[in-house]
Design a protein around this ligand. Structure first.
Ligand SMILES: C[S@@+](CC[C@H](N)C(=O)[O-])C[C@H]1O[C@@H](n2cnc3c(N)ncnc32)[C@H](O)[C@@H]1O
Length: 222
């Protein structure tokens, strides 16, 4: 059984829930605020980098609690989103029910959030006008990427826990799957990871992080 499957919910400093792994020193989000982190890194530095009315194909590595996918839905404005997420160790609906995300997502989208958790692997669903969603239940290493992504949310567990997901080889694969003028955003600002991103061909920018984190990383493919 994978060491990523035993996890326990906890409340982060901004009041939003997250999960911690029972067998490894790792969380699904920052202890300083899951909601604040997701909004700062993936929505404000990622999704909102693109203008309103843009058509954006998004790849998320690590669907996890589904918080990034749900906040993308809530904050998309008039953008047209095709959202593809990969998750090797999906949560059960019972685990999802322990998270207090209705407060952050709102009643209107909460049932859609549950639907995102329930879909079969590879099934494409239309969540709302302008938001298509597909989930691949597999490891990223074994997933063939469709390509043409304008935005990647790279939200794997940290390089101390899963170094194999932060190598130049992985960033080569992501770079090849991205469209021209596209970006990748991640919470990770480790020097060796940024060097691997540069080796894959990315232009790498450090941005101010959310509370409790000095920097985050945004990469560009020209
Ligand atoms: C930092 S958490 C993701 C947080 C998530 N974006 C959220 O908002 O809850 C990392 C996620 O990657 C998943 N994961 C771990 N190894 C993976 C792999 N090799 N391929 C795909 N997903 C993986 C974990 O199960 C976990 O859900």
């Amino acid at each position: 059984m994978s060491k990523f499957l035993k996890r326990t919910p906890f409340i982060t400093e901004d009041g939003s829930a997250s999960l911690r792994l029972d067998e490894l020193p790792e969380h699904y989000h920052s202890m300083h605020g899951a909601y604040r982190e997701s909004m700062h890194i993936y929505i404000k530095s990622g999704l909102h980098f693109f203008p309103d009315f843009a058509v954006i194909k998004i790849l998320e590595m690590g669907f996890g609690t589904g918080l990034n996918a749900a906040l993308t839905l809530c904050n998309k404005g008039n953008r047209l989103i095709n959202y593809h997420t990969i998750e090797a160790y999906p949560l059960t609906l019972e685990e999802v029910g322990l998270l207090n995300y209705k407060t952050y997502i709102g009643d209107k989208y909460y049932s859609e959030f549950l639907r995102m958790h329930s879909v079969q692997t590879g099934e494409k669903i239309c969540i709302d006008k302008g938001y298509e969603f597909t989930k691949t239940i597999n490891t990223m290493e074994h997933t063939e990427l469709e390509g043409g992504y304008q935005l990647i949310y790279y939200d794997a567990f940290g390089p101390e826990i899963q170094p194999e997901l932060w190598t130049a080889k992985v960033f080569d694969k992501l770079y090849a799957a991205m469209a021209s003028n596209s970006i990748l955003v991640t919470y990770c600002a480790k020097g060796s990871v940024k060097r691997n991103m540069k080796a894959a061909g990315f232009e790498v920018e450090s941005l101010e992080g959310p509370p409790g984190k000095r920097e985050i990383t945004r990469c560009f493919k020209k």
